[in-house]
Design a protein around this ligand. Structure first.
Ligand code: HAM
Length: 422
């Protein structure tokens, strides 16, 4: 029997996982520097949570959820996104009422989509959700945080920020009605997907890639004509702040997002370096969701980074990026030196916690062990044979240069290894 991973679910072998780790760590450092706090959430939630929040008529709830019956008959779902669970947890743990909170979470999400490059059935998000702040300064903070992380990871030049405002729930509903009134008599001219969406989720038609549909939309009423003054003021305030912060953006009045909970600001960070799946990070404000899930009203906003896509972008921008698994490789010449070598390595690991030190196991000829050392990517080898043990010294051999090898006492060896910096 030859087992394969389930379609749309990927392994990350160590070489790839190192890049993942680099990207994730970089992003999490920025979250911490903005004082966002980690919240750890379950992968399974009750199915109703998602139909309530993401929306009964969205693609996610209609056709993408991994839902199953628990043994007691309850319908549960592998989370397709993190916002709903974060709000649920905030309410359940009493963290939202009358409080200001800044959370982040990371982990896998599950959507039964057609897999392709950048789109998987199990994918990773790092999400941030902030509660209790109604002003546009929070929206700007979230965008500044993303911009900062993309800058630090070296991919900022490849990402563009697209922004829109959906206004209040009431203005959105009024616009929805107007759009349906305009499109219904022209239904036959819409592409197939959009025809289906007309009844259930008409705003998503604005997203359609179909040219005929886009032509039809050119004459359609615009969302901006339905915004109330407060919504306009919020959006203008945000745009002014972004200009003051020198964060570039493009207003895209067709940007509506595929989840129902948004109000006011919505945004996407997009790249053209990845083909069709170019949205690397997305989010917005969702002032009504806390109340909708049974809490007392609390304004909120957040985003989720698609880590798979950010890693793909990092690969495009830095194809030769490498992070070695091993800094120093310890060669042991005979079985009698094994315990001595293990004890030495352990002492070094305690003294130099950042050093990646690999000890050769299984014996073998010096030449073969040194070949393994080379293959490991280490910059140096520590050679331990009978003489070294008797002498209580270690031979240090640099692998990348023709420097001569030296026999060193423990303290000198430790200082040489401390100097490895990569
Ligand atoms: P979303 O737009 O559904 O929003 O997903 C956010 C990001 O997750 C996308 O922009 C994309 O990078 C990544 N993503 C989504 N689906 C897939 C997939 N099948 N394969 C790979 N990557 C994917 C949300 O999930 C909201 N919860 C964001 C949010 C947080 N809004 C407010 N707070």
């Amino acid at each position: 029997m030859n087992f394969q991973s389930v379609r749309g679910m990927r392994d990350q072998v160590p070489e790839a996982a190192r890049r993942w780790s680099h990207v994730e760590t970089g992003f999490k450092q920025v979250l911490a520097s903005f004082s966002y706090e980690e919240i750890r959430l379950p992968l399974l939630e009750s199915t109703a949570l998602f139909s309530r929040s993401v929306g009964e008529n969205t693609d996610i709830v209609q056709k993408e959820m991994y839902s199953l019956r628990d043994r007691d008959g309850e319908s549960i779902t592998l989370r397709p996104e993190g916002t709903a669970g974060c709000v649920r947890a905030g309410l359940q743990q009493g963290l939202l009422f009358n409080q200001v909170q800044r959370f982040w979470y990371a982990g896998p999400m599950f959507r039964y989509e057609r897999p392709q490059k950048g789109r998987y059935r199990q994918f990773e998000q790092i999400g941030a959700e902030a509660f209790g702040m109604a002003g546009a300064d929070l929206d700007a903070e979230l965008l500044q945080l993303c911009a900062d992380a993309f800058q630090r990871l070296g991919v900022a030049d490849h990402l563009t920020l697209e922004l829109n405002t959906l206004g209040t729930a009431a203005s959105r509903q009024a616009y929805r009605d107007a759009l349906v009134a305009y499109l219904e008599p022209r239904q036959a001219q819409l592409d197939e997907d959009s025809q289906r969406r007309l009844a259930r989720n008409p705003l998503r038609i604005l997203d359609s890639k179909d040219e005929g549909t886009q032509d039809l939309l050119a004459e359609a009423p615009g969302l901006e004509d339905f915004l109330d003054d407060e919504s306009k003021a919020h959006f203008d305030d945000l745009l002014t702040l972004l200009e003051q912060l020198d964060i570039g953006y493009r207003v895209n009045t067709r940007l509506v997002r595929g989840l129902d909970y948004y109000t006011h600001t919505v945004f996407e960070w997009v790249t053209d370096a990845l083909g069709a799946q170019g949205t690397v990070c997305a989010g917005g404000r969702y002032d009504g969701l806390v109340e909708q899930l049974g809490g007392r009203p609390s304004p909120a906003a957040g985003f989720a980074l698609g880590v798979d896509r950010l890693v793909l972008l990092h690969e495009v921008v830095f194809p030769d990026w490498q992070s070695p698994a091993v800094d120093a490789y310890c060669v042991v010449l005979g079985p009698a030196q094994r315990a001595w070598a293990m004890a030495l390595c352990q002492r070094l690991r305690l003294d130099l916690p950042a050093l990646k030190l690999r000890l050769h196991n299984g014996g073998g000829k010096l030449k073969n062990q040194l070949r393994r050392a080379d293959q490991s990517g280490a910059v140096c080898a520590l050679l331990i044979g009978e003489d070294e043990v008797n002498d209580n010294r270690v031979t240090l051999k640099w692998l990348l240069s023709a420097q001569s090898q030296e026999r060193l006492d423990y303290e000198t060896l430790r200082e040489r290894l401390r100097g490895i910096n990569r």
